[in-house]
Design a binder for this molecule. Structure first.
Ligand SMILES: *Cc1c(COP(=O)(O)O)cnc(C)c1O
Length: 422
């Protein structure tokens, strides 16, 4: 009997093997070492030949240092929260990569002095919305709202309609968020109707601001009423408007969705929204408004706590200045011909479906489109495949909707579906 331990290749020799050098660069020495140890155990257990260790290690190692996996979104839901909301444009992706090393995010290269952080992104935002006197960018929409209500109303009162006390998902409620700032909420009106007098009766010495929140993930119909920004701004206190989705100007495709420019024109003091919803950019919170109010936000210590990452600033600038975003394209995608081709290739049937904006936006708006209907078991196989494909299950069918699948991925998707049907 041979002593198997003597034939187990040594760790240092394996790690020094040029065939593993690329993996060490890509994934780090610790990850490769772990895979090497696992392979050595296999040799000791006589399940692996010593000369196969390198190949075993290479095939066991993950393709990337992140466990996050790219997913093909075949749900027809454009802003899918569980899939990271907005997919970035190629321009934004390149901007992020460009900003990932040392960059002049806070430095003026011509003078060598410190310069305003993210000034390129801020300038792009000001240009996109000239109605705003001043703008700020923070981490996300919730941070923008907290910053606005803290800076304008901490220790004072925030007047808000009962019809706008919304939960935006995952148990996350805007009233709780506002209360956490130390401001006191003054609820006015009823769930379905609030009129100007309701607000007027509550506005007084202690009012820090009025808050208007877009109830972005539900609709009310029937005997309803709410007060517009223009009327509210006549009450003599700052009006903070959370429009939610980040639509900068009106969009005919989404007629019920409020936009930043219109809110400002109507007299809002501060408007807040997300960067990764309908704007189609990175996670960010945008703040736009009157200089006197936005300046108060900028000077507040919380602003530093909500500071945006340099790569997000880069992606935001590229989104604002760059080409049409994937979100914009998906909202308008004409997928009939591609869907027919897929249905034919995989033997599924072509069906009409309604896509959705998603991400808690435009709840009443359906996006008419097409899908390939397949047996329901296909959905799970697709999700667990490589690449993972997320389809929608409805009416006992798996629906594969190409609205949010880039045309360049059609081949990959077809192969993935065929593999699941075999
Ligand atoms: C999405 C949303 C938020 C939260 O924005 P995040 O960027 O997710 O933090 C706040 N208010 C409204 C109305 C929203 O739709």
């Amino acid at each position: 009997m041979t002593d198997v331990r003597r034939s187990v290749p040594r760790t240092d020799d394996l790690l020094a093997d040029p065939r593993l050098a690329g993996a060490v660069d890509r994934l780090g020495r610790a990850a490769v070492k772990q895979a090497v140890h696992a392979a050595q155990d296999e040799v000791r257990a006589d399940r692996l030949a010593p000369d196969q260790v390198i190949g075993h290690v290479l095939s066991a190692l993950p393709g990337s240092a992140t466990t996050l996996r790219p997913v093909l979104n075949a749900t027809g839901v454009v802003l899918h929260t569980n899939l990271g909301r907005a997919p970035l444009s190629q321009a934004a992706i390149e901007a992020m990569v460009r900003a990932s090393g040392y960059v002049d995010v806070e430095l003026d290269l011509s003078t060598g002095r410190r310069a305003g952080r993210g000034r390129g992104a801020l300038a792009a935002l000001r240009e996109a919305v000239p109605e705003a006197e001043q703008v700020l960018v923070v981490n996300n929409g919730a941070a923008a709202l907290v910053l606005a209500t803290t800076a304008l109303a901490a220790g004072r009162e925030v007047v808000v309609s009962r019809g706008e006390m919304v939960e935006i998902g995952d148990g996350f409620r805007l009233p709780d968020l506002v209360r956490s700032t130390g401001a006191q909420l003054r609820e006015v009106g009823t769930t379905n109707r609030t009129v100007l007098d309701d607000y007027a009766a509550e506005v007084g010495e202690r009012t820090g601001c009025l808050l208007k929140v877009h109830p972005s993930n539900f609709t009310v119909s029937g005997f309803t009423g709410s007060v517009g920004v223009a009327e509210l701004s006549g009450l003599g206190v700052p009006v903070v408007v959370d429009v939610g989705s980040g639509l900068l100007r009106p969009d005919a495709l989404l007629p019920t969705e409020p936009d930043v420019a219109s809110a400002l024109t109507a007299g809002a003091g501060v408007v807040t929204c997300s960067g990764d919803k309908l704007l189609g950019g990175p996670q960010a919170g945008l703040v736009l408004g009157r200089a006197e109010f936005v300046e108060r936000l900028r000077r507040h210590p919380l602003y530093r706590a909500f500071r945006c990452d340099k790569t997000a600033l880069a992606a935001l600038e590229a989104t604002l200045r760059g080409p049409e975003t994937p979100v914009h394209q998906a909202l308008r995608a004409e997928t009939r011909a591609r869907t027919e081709a897929l249905a034919e290739a995989v033997g599924g049937s072509l069906v009409e479906v309604q896509g959705a904006v998603g991400g808690g936006g435009a709840p009443g708006v359906g996006l008419p489109g097409w899908a390939v209907a397949l047996p329901p078991y296909v959905a799970e196989r697709l999700r667990q495949g490589d690449p993972p494909v997320l389809a929608r299950v409805a009416d006992g069918q798996a629906l594969v909707d190409l609205r949010c699948v880039p045309a360049a991925d059609d081949e990959v998707l077809r192969a993935a579906v065929l593999a699941c049907l075999r």
